[in-house]
Design a protein around this ligand. Structure first.
Ligand SMILES: [Fe+2]
Length: 151
């Protein structure tokens, strides 16, 4: 199993989003560790639930931002999020059913980091950066966002 290392290549340059992406990778790494070290089911299940919850929160956050910014490819982007969310949910269901899913974490991560992040997310950067330049207080007008980020 390979531990994923966050590097500059995954940075979009939008701090809030970068932080959320990093958090997702961190959760996937923790999950990989837990599976690799044969941690009890209770621990693994909790990590999977955390990953699912956080990812859904992040997708909602991102989609909301893309909508406000007027990103023209919001619909296909939402579709890509839905596919990834389904992959995680399948992963959880298979783990709960007693399957050995440890080999699938790498595939999950590579789908997330290389297909989605490097490809789909990179595409919206220009539109979002311009939107945030024109609306510098956008995040501070959204109460609860930062509380959720740093909980
Ligand atoms: Fe995305």
């Amino acid at each position: 199993m390979s531990k994923f290392i966050w590097t500059e290549q995954f940075k979009l340059g939008i701090e809030v989003i970068d932080q959320q992406h990093r958090q997702i990778m961190d959760y996937v790494n923790q999950l990989e560790d837990a599976l690799g070290n044969g941690k009890p089911q209770k621990v693994v299940s909790k990590l999977i639930a955390t990953l699912v919850d956080y990812t859904i929160f992040h997708f909602g956050f991102e989609e909301d931002l893309l909508e406000k910014a007027g990103y023209p490819y919001l619909k296909p982007h939402q579709k890509s999020h839905a596919t990834f969310a389904k992959r995680i949910a399948d992963f959880r269901d298979r783990y709960d059913a007693g399957e050995d899913v440890s080999k699938d974490v790498d595939a999950l991560l590579s789908m997330w980091a290389f297909d989605h992040l490097k490809h789909d997310d990179s595409d919206y950067v220009g539109v979002v950066v311009e939107f945030l330049r024109q609306n510098p207080n956008y995040f501070s007008k959204k109460p609860g966002v930062f509380a959720r980020l740093f909980k």
